[in-house]
Design a binder for this molecule. Structure first.
Ligand code: SF4
Length: 411
């Protein structure tokens, strides 16, 4: 685990439940969820999407179960899915029962639109018999009308009250295999609601900003809400709700957890300098080419693309592997140490080849295989570039002398 996670507020203690094989809550790793956009009745198409989501970092997937054909699709998919499937239920109690019959690993009930207490208790009893957990999925946009009226709107208190009322029905039938979400499209409302939920319940919390919208705004909203809570130690599982290919949701969830040091790196982390006047290459184009070339190779390393050799290798010395541009050449470095100098038009190719060797052979072997003259060659390039740009472009020694004269005219 990345040491940086220990700098965050310690995670709040919650109970642990299991969604299929995935533990949620307690000390389980924070899990990533997404939702399929295919018709659930199309089992083959949906499975294809589920495999793509799992490859992008999803630990759990949700599929809508809105009619009998969808329930039948679930029955086909459950044994073939690489990750547990949760059925999303709105309005129809019979769809919850059909999804359970299909063998799903979890249910999500929206208390705002499955309202009859007897039906809620019936589903809870059936879920209990089968050992299937239920998420109480409160949503500010579909809050129970009575609660909406009582609180004068979809306030954080109203969202938590909705979860509490649903929980009370579950408790009547002795069912507590539960996780809770209190989502809103307003980031501020969502943050306040989850803080309150975290003080009120010890059930695992599923985080999300609902209807966050398309990229990039949706990503920003989702991150603002989810990351704030995670940094406070709140949250056991999460979903980005993006108007985009759901693979983006899974990827974003995974990357957020890795960025916070809450999950081990599972894939590539490409960093690149923002570029500036010193850049010797088109950093954006090279970074994109490197990202495209490395994206599907599943290499769990951090790779840096830096625009110049003057500052690049030093600023990215923490990266596992990197390349910096200078004098029409690329300086390839491993953890800050120059290992090879290559022509500029071979930079991306050399980076990809070295990344694969690094993962296959390890750091020691690749550092031992470094070109012997590479460091000296690179340093010569760096000094020449520094010289060309001016070691002191601001002519600071003259300016400093002037400042000193101004400040002490009599000296
Ligand atoms: S690495 Fe070089 S080009 Fe990139 S931002 Fe830093 S100084 Fe500028």
């Amino acid at each position: 685990m990345d040491i940086s996670s220990s700098l965050l507020t310690p995670r709040r203690a919650t109970r642990q439940i299991k969604v299929g094989s995935v533990p949620v809550g307690g000390n389980a790793p924070i899990s990533v969820q997404s939702m399929t956009t295919t018709k659930t009745a199309d089992a083959e198409g949906t499975l294809q999407q589920i495999y793509a989501l799992a490859a992008a970092g999803a630990d759990i997937v949700r599929c809508t179960c809105n009619d009998q054909a969808a329930a039948e699709g679930l029955a086909v998919m459950v044994p073939r899915s690489p990750i547990p499937i949760v059925a999303d239920i709105h309005f129809h109690v019979e769809m919850a029962l059909a999804a359970l019959e299909a063998g799903v690993h979890g249910l999500r009930l929206n208390p705002g639109n499955l309202r009859k207490p007897e039906e809620i208790k019936l589903v809870a009893r059936e879920a209990k018999d089968r050992g299937v957990p239920i998420r109480i999925g409160v949503n500010a946009g579909s809050l129970h009308p009575d609660i909406y009226e009582k609180f004068g709107g979809a306030t954080p208190e109203a969202l938590v009250e909705s979860a509490r009322v649903e929980l009370a029905y579950f408790q009547e039938v002795d069912f507590d295999d539960v996780k809770i979400s209190v989502k809103a499209s307003s980031v501020a409302t969502m943050i306040a609601a989850y803080r309150l939920a975290s003080e009120t319940f010890d059930y695992p919390l599923h985080l999300g900003v609902t209807e966050a919208g398309p990229l990039p705004g949706g990503l920003l909203k989702g991150t603002a809400g989810i990351a704030t809570l995670l940094a406070e130690g709140i949250g056991d599982t999460l979903r980005y709700s993006l108007t985009a290919d759901p693979v983006e949701e899974a990827r974003a969830g995974r990357q957020l957890l890795e960025a916070l040091g809450l999950r081990e790196r599972s894939g590539l982390d490409l960093i690149a300098c923002p570029s500036c006047g010193r850049a010797e290459i088109d950093v954006i184009a090279v970074a994109r080419a490197a990202q495209d070339a490395l994206a599907n190779r599943n290499l769990p390393i951090q790779v840096a693309v830096m625009g110049c050799v003057v500052n690049g290798p030093g600023e990215a010395r923490h990266a596992d592997l990197g390349i910096a541009a200078g004098k029409k050449r690329g300086h390839l470095f491993i953890r800050g140490q120059i290992v090879r100098v290559v022509p500029e038009d071979e930079m991306v190719e050399a980076l990809v080849a070295e990344a694969e060797k690094l993962v296959a052979e390890g750091f020691e072997a690749r550092l031992a295989a470094a070109d012997s003259g590479a460091a000296a060659e690179a340093e010569a390039d760096r000094l020449e570039l520094l010289d060309a740009k001016g070691l002191d472009a601001n002519n600071s020694s003259v300016k400093i002398a002037n400042i000193r004269r101004q400040q002490a005219p009599d000296a």
